[in-house]
Write a protein that binds this ligand. Structure first.
Ligand SMILES: [Fe+2]
Length: 313
């Protein structure tokens, strides 16, 4: 292995490093939700084997699914403890975060300020969280915990951004170059009633986090309120990603979170399908979401490459 400073598979001029990383990445890559699933006894007190199993999957695929066994319930404090165990500490705040910055996602009656789609039962298109955030406040880690599943629907689809990068680079390295430009994707300001809630935000789709040397992705599939850089390769690259995400590629993992299950991830690409609550029985989908400015500790590039992180199943 080269020295940490020199080994950068995301450098387009270093084909050798890319090939080596690519081979490692695809070797034993999990393509089912079952391969990502780890049963745990208590979220707040993972034992060493549970922690290692979750970290192994996060290293390989940037995500893992946990399942609290025995029907034990988990609250916000448990989610906070789980995050802390993986170095997730700096919670992102957003417009609708509850007091402790862990957000309850459920259908809320439409009133001013609640027209954001996460608070409805409508489908939510592909994105990474916080793509509109300032570049120094990017969302790098997420815990999404299911308290109650919907009566029907609400599946999540998940795709590892490193796989998106790999498929894009295999298709055409010029597409990657276009999406690494600092002006690749611009989100217009968020203005409500003449008040600017968030300024315009430009940035790359793909970037490399200095500290971890790991890849970060900033993306939304929305076509309104987003400006792609006006050049051919950016357009083609965005088109390639949109096609990939609309495809039935093996790498796209579909999973419906059940009560007591959750996803811990390095802000992977995700979408949510529409769902229905059951007013009669009172079954209402409720998820807790914690977004962090930290990546999962232990998923630094060299750490993941230095171990034989294969997933089975
Ligand atoms: Fe999201």
């Amino acid at each position: 292995m080269n020295s940490p400073q020199r080994f950068n598979p995301f450098d387009l001029s270093d084909e050798r490093a890319y090939r080596r990383w690519r081979e490692h990445k695809l070797d034993g890559y999990p393509v089912t939700a079952a391969a990502l699933l780890v049963p745990v006894k208590a979220l707040a007190r993972l034992d060493a084997a549970e922690h290692a199993a979750l970290l192994q999957r996060c290293c390989k695929a940037n995500m893992a699914i946990y399942q609290v066994s025995g029907g034990a319930t988990a609250g916000r404090d448990d989610i906070r403890s789980l995050g802390n165990r993986f170095g997730l500490e700096r919670l992102d705040t957003n417009l609708r975060a509850d007091e402790d910055s862990i957000t309850s996602l459920r259908v809320v009656p439409e009133t001013p300020g609640t027209h954001y789609i996460p608070y409805t039962n409508r489908p939510l298109n592909w994105h990474t969280d916080g793509y509109y955030n300032r570049l120094d406040e990017q969302v790098r880690g997420i815990v999404l915990h299911c308290v109650t599943a919907a009566a029907s629907g609400g599946d999540n689809l998940l795709l590892d951004p490193e796989i998106a990068y790999l498929l894009l680079r295999d298709e055409n390295p010029d597409y990657v170059a276009a999406l690494m430009r600092p002006d690749a994707m611009t989100i217009p300001p968020n203005v409500e009633n003449g008040v600017e809630l968030r300024p315009q935000q430009s940035g790359p789709v793909f970037s490399v986090e200095k500290r971890s040397a790991a890849l970060h992705m900033r993306y939304t599939a929305r076509t309104r309120s987003i400006e792609w850089r006006d050049d051919r390769n950016t357009r083609l690259a965005a088109g390639f990603l949109a096609e990939l995400l609309a495809s039935d590629a093996d790498y796209i993992i579909r999973h419906r979170l059940e009560s007591g299950q959750g996803v811990i991830c390095n802000n992977v690409l995700h979408r949510r399908e529409a769902f229905a609550d059951d007013a009669e029985s009172g079954q209402q989908r409720l998820l807790y979401r914690a977004r962090y400015h930290d990546r999962i500790a232990g998923t630094e590039l060299l750490n993941c490459l230095s171990e034989d992180w294969k997933c089975s199943g």
